[in-house]
Design a protein around this ligand. Structure first.
Ligand code: FE2
Length: 574
């Protein structure tokens, strides 16, 4: 049984499940090169079908993680907000309603659109599924758990923002939901906008900034903006923060009166901004804990699955694991709306009896892969000198270059599913050098200096470096760095003494694992700084994009499969 899941809203994506096994999954942004793109994911669909070697007509059903006709309430709220505040009746606001109706039209005529635009073959029937159930399935059905409590928290589904459930591998029993407009995702998006960043886009920047400040505004935010109520409920004061207010200025004049002027995007970041970020993060964490503890009381489960866009907040995930009373936590690599496309496919497969054997997601390598010949052609087309090395030699040489302080783009195997580079489309560096962050910012990233870089570590040695319970293959939570090694890997320790860790086990990514081992042999440190292979764009997908990105930077080396290319302008001997 083949089920193709797809979502055409924000973070558009497609995923193919065949007889219960994940065959392929990718976000459309990687193909069309627009971050978080909202679009019918035609290229992602084509990629999934090509990977399986099938046509659209060979698929048994299309699963969509939205009951789109129920989205009317969201549009009504948006129009209502604009009518109440005519000054917010902006062109942008009107467009967001128009865009929503455009997305519905695509879904209403999905079979026709897909059939015409994918490969001309007949499109199978489409099944529209509850958005939050798909998020829940995206975590529970690939988790290592037989049974778990499930928490879904995002900006908004068809009509809700939060769902608490209890699930096993056969069913998801919804316990409670929080209805619009009370949304934790939109609370954080509102703060993101207030701090001069792009809402629904730059929340991770606010999370990084939070570690630099003190939560001096947290009490005021709790009293005025986001209140918790008994039984796992919470209320967002939409007179102060309301994402339906046309997405442009989603905080009101009253919010500004209470918390001071908003930061303009080009303005310097001050200690007050640090404190606002720290306060919002603290209030978000407290509210999530409030929900999780209620869920724990209701279910008595030891295991927790979390999904929805808010599950990208890796700092909050760690707090949940530490303080909510659960012993284990699973968050999928694509926790947001792209993940819901895979969740939809899995959930429909489950409902139709197509998930006979349990699937546990141990890797995020579900995207496109390119042959060595295609990689070589891209490198030679750019006039780069290319060396072929077997795995052992490649890893030895790259480890040596890294240990000597040079940077390496690392392009291997299938592109990662979800927003994190996990050793397939990565930029790697030596975490031991204090100045490495500055060096990367200088040579590649040009990003805010407070933003942390993350470490990859050999799984079996993770506890020497990080205070981490269990494994963390998808970089979805942070862990305190052991105080004895903070000075050993300064480039990956955030200002609050934590790191967003990726543990690399023996099976999930063999070549990356070999590289970590080679680096450990050479330096004694089984840790690499791992950031994404991109510069102000979606993570690279193809070899050509990789080479183009490499040439735009001052990074010294590019490794693609077994091929190693060096920057042309590098003096000999490095
Ligand atoms: Fe969602």
């Amino acid at each position: 049984m083949r089920i193709l899941g797809l979502s055409n809203m924000r973070d558009a994506a497609a995923a193919l499940v065949d007889n219960g096994q994940i065959v392929a999954a990718a976000e459309e942004e990687r193909f069309v090169r627009i971050k978080h793109v909202t679009a019918l994911p035609l290229q992602a669909v084509r990629f999934c079908l090509q990977t399986a070697g099938i046509s659209l007509e060979d698929v048994d059903a299309i699963a969509v993680p939205w009951k789109y006709w129920r989205l009317g309430r969201r549009a009504a709220l948006a129009v209502g907000s604009m009518l109440r505040s005519p000054r917010l009746f902006t062109v942008k606001g009107t467009r967001s309603v128009e865009r929503l109706t455009g997305e519905w039209k695509e879904l209403a005529f999905l079979r026709t659109y897909l059939s015409r635009r994918v490969d001309g073959t007949r499109c199978p029937p489409v099944v529209f599924l509850d958005h939050h159930l798909c998020h829940a399935a995206s975590a529970m059905l690939v988790s290592p758990f037989e049974q778990a409590a499930v928490m879904v928290v995002d900006g908004a589904s068809e009509a809700h923002t939060t769902m608490l459930a209890r699930a096993d591998r056969h069913q998801i029993r919804v316990l409670t939901r929080v209805a619009l407009p009370h949304s934790l995702g939109q609370f954080y998006a509102g703060i993101t906008s207030y701090l001069g960043f792009k809402p629904d886009h730059d929340e991770y920047i606010v999370m990084g900034l939070a570690a630099c400040g003190a939560p001096s505004f947290a009490q005021a935010l709790r009293e005025q903006v986001l209140r918790t109520l008994p039984d796992g409920e919470f209320r967002l004061n939409t007179r102060l923060l309301d994402f339906h207010l046309a997405r442009r200025r989603i905080f009101s004049a009253e919010f500004v009166r209470l918390f001071g002027p908003p930061r303009r995007p080009d303005e310097d970041i001050t200690p007050r901004h640090h404190d606002i970020a720290a306060s919002a993060q603290s209030v978000l964490e407290d509210t999530l804990l409030h929900l999780a503890r209620h869920l724990r009381r209701m279910t008595n489960d030891q295991r927790l699955c979390v999904a929805g866009g808010v599950a990208y907040n890796c700092v909050a995930n760690s707090r949940l694991l530490k303080d909510a009373g659960f012993g284990e936590l699973f968050v999928p690599p694509a926790a947001g709306d792209s993940g819901a496309a895979l969740g939809a496919a899995l959930w429909l497969a489950k409902r139709r009896g197509g998930l006979a054997s349990p699937t546990v997601m141990r890797t995020a390598s579900w995207g496109p892969q390119f042959s060595e010949a295609v990689c070589r052609a891209a490198l030679e087309e750019a006039g780069l000198d290319v060396q072929w090395l077997d795995d052992a030699l490649l890893c030895e040489q790259v480890a040596g270059e890294l240990a000597a302080g040079r940077l390496v783009f690392w392009f291997q195997g299938r592109m990662e599913w979800g927003p994190r580079a996990l050793g397939n489309r990565s930029l790697l560096a030596d975490p031991r050098r204090e100045d490495m962050r500055a060096l990367i910012n200088l040579k590649v990233k040009f990003r805010q200096p407070f933003r942390p870089f993350a470490p990859s570590v050999l799984a079996e040695r993770a506890s020497e470096y990080f205070d981490l319970t269990g494994s963390s293959p998808f970089m979805v939570r942070t862990a305190p760095v052991q105080s004895s090694v903070k000075g050993v890997i300064p480039a990956v320790v955030h200002v609050d003494g934590t790191a967003r860790v990726q543990t690399v086990d023996r099976d999930s990514n063999p070549r990356y694992r070999l590289l970590l081992e080679a680096f450990a042999r050479r330096t004694g440190v089984p840790v690499l700084l791992n950031t994404s292979f991109n510069v102000n764009e979606p993570i690279v997908c193809t070899p050509r994009e990789a080479v183009a990105c490499f040439l735009r930077t001052d990074v010294e080396w590019l490794a693609m499969e077994n091929l190693l290319a060096r920057r042309r302008s590098m003096p000999s001997g490095g």
